[in-house]
Design a binder for this molecule. Structure first.
Ligand SMILES: Cc1ncc(COP(=O)(O)O)c(C=O)c1O
Length: 379
């Protein structure tokens, strides 16, 4: 028994990541890779509660390190909002808003491409979820005009749009939905987990009431960390303080990210702010890559022309191969890994998702050649 437990403990030392250093195309990971500055902050602030040396009771008011400037000035400017705060991630931001603005039994209207965390956050808040359908295969477009009829029918307490969604990288008309939300006077959450930190986006320009970002997904940060921006009129509700502890946010259980993930977010911010200005290059790179993979017989799902680095392909040839090889769907993962490429979910071959965000054109050229070589190897 003791021997078994010491073996288990041994396993915990010298931990390594299999895919570190490979060409990374995994949609979850490409926008969360740290800058050098963030890597430095990672060790500098690695100890628990490292940001709390000069805390006077409120995380977002700490001046050393400069959390206050970041949260109260830089972040609202960047998000196009009036008030911002730090959360543990996009899902926590969604939950905070839902839990503050709606009561159990209330309805919420969300797009059919919503992330599972939207659903789970609403469930945790006891809300009933109504979905605005998508156009289905192959483009899965969400027409935001369809929110209007469902708003009339269900009188939701909140509406939410996923911009873009994490399955197809579709960018629905967020501005139009802002007009609809204002017309019906319903608070509007824009889930920008795949947008904030990758592409230009402004809450004010879309007419949303809330904007949500994910540091580990799109802001070059170690997670878990997220950002939540809002109109000033919601501050007293969503960021309400404890009756006993006047500095402590109720929805954040006092305060949120008390250490290193926040410092990596801050350290990467100058780079992240600059990179969103180059979004057009990202889009043309993704479009070129998608066209090249389609020449190999794959079909890109989601909107065309595509306007985001997250791409989803149907791959019937790979599926046929997976049915006759010993590794089944894992053959693709194995073949790509041998070539130094990490991306499609291991085990999936019938359809797969990739993000071109972190790779340059030369690396993507190598990825295209690798797919060609894999197809010809098994043909
Ligand atoms: C569209 C979308 N929203 C939210 C999330 C969750 O982000 P977080 O891990 O910051 O809660 C994801 C994660 O994949 C996502 O794809």
């Amino acid at each position: 028994m003791e021997q078994k437990s010491s073996k288990s403990l041994q396993k915990l030392s010298g931990l390594r990541r299999d895919h570190k250093g490979l060409i990374n195309l995994m949609p979850l990971q490409t926008g969360g890779m740290l800058t050098d500055a963030a890597r430095e902050a990672l060790t500098e602030f690695a100890d628990g509660y490292s940001v709390c040396d000069f805390c006077q009771g409120s995380l977002c008011n700490i001046t050393n390190p400069p959390i206050r400037d970041f949260v109260q000035e830089l972040l609202p400017q960047f998000l196009g909002c009036e008030v911002a705060t730090i959360t543990h991630g996009a899902r926590e931001g969604k939950f905070m808003v839902m839990h503050s603005l709606a009561r159990p039994g209330d309805s919420i209207l969300v797009d059919a491409n919503r992330h599972y965390t939207t659903f789970v956050a609403a469930e945790r808040a006891g809300l009933s979820i109504i979905e605005v359908p998508s156009s289905g295969h192959p483009e899965f477009r969400v027409d935001v005009n369809e929110y209007a009829a469902l708003m009339k029918q269900h009188a939701p307490k909140l509406i939410l749009l996923t911009y873009p969604d994490g399955n197809y990288g579709n960018l629905p008309d967020a501005r139009r939905l802002g007009e609809i939300a204002q017309e019906y006077n319903v608070p509007y959450i824009l889930n920008g987990a795949y947008a904030v930190g990758r592409m230009p986006i402004s809450m004010a320009e879309t007419g949303a009431d809330f904007i949500i970002g994910s540091g580990h997904k799109s802001m070059a940060s170690a997670g878990p960390v997220g950002v939540l921006g809002m109109k000033k009129k919601w501050e007293q509700i969503v960021l309400r303080k404890s009756g006993r502890h006047a500095n402590k946010d109720i929805e954040l259980l006092g305060c949120s990210v008390r250490g290193v993930p926040l410092m990596t977010l801050i350290a990467s911010f100058p780079f992240v702010k600059e990179r969103v200005a180059h979004w057009n290059e990202q889009v043309s790179k993704a479009q070129w890559f998608s066209a090249e993979l389609e020449k190999l017989g794959f079909t890109q799902l989601g909107e065309r022309p595509h306007r985001h680095d997250l791409l989803h392909f149907d791959a019937p040839e790979l599926y046929e191969i997976s049915k006759r090889v010993r590794e089944k769907g894992y053959f693709l993962y194995k073949e790509l890994k041998e070539r130094g490429i990490w991306g499609p979910q291991p085990g999936l071959a019938r359809s797969f998702k990739l993000s071109t965000f972190a790779a340059d054109r030369q690396q993507l050229g190598f990825v295209i050649d690798s797919f060609k070589a894999i197809l010809s190897k098994y043909s």
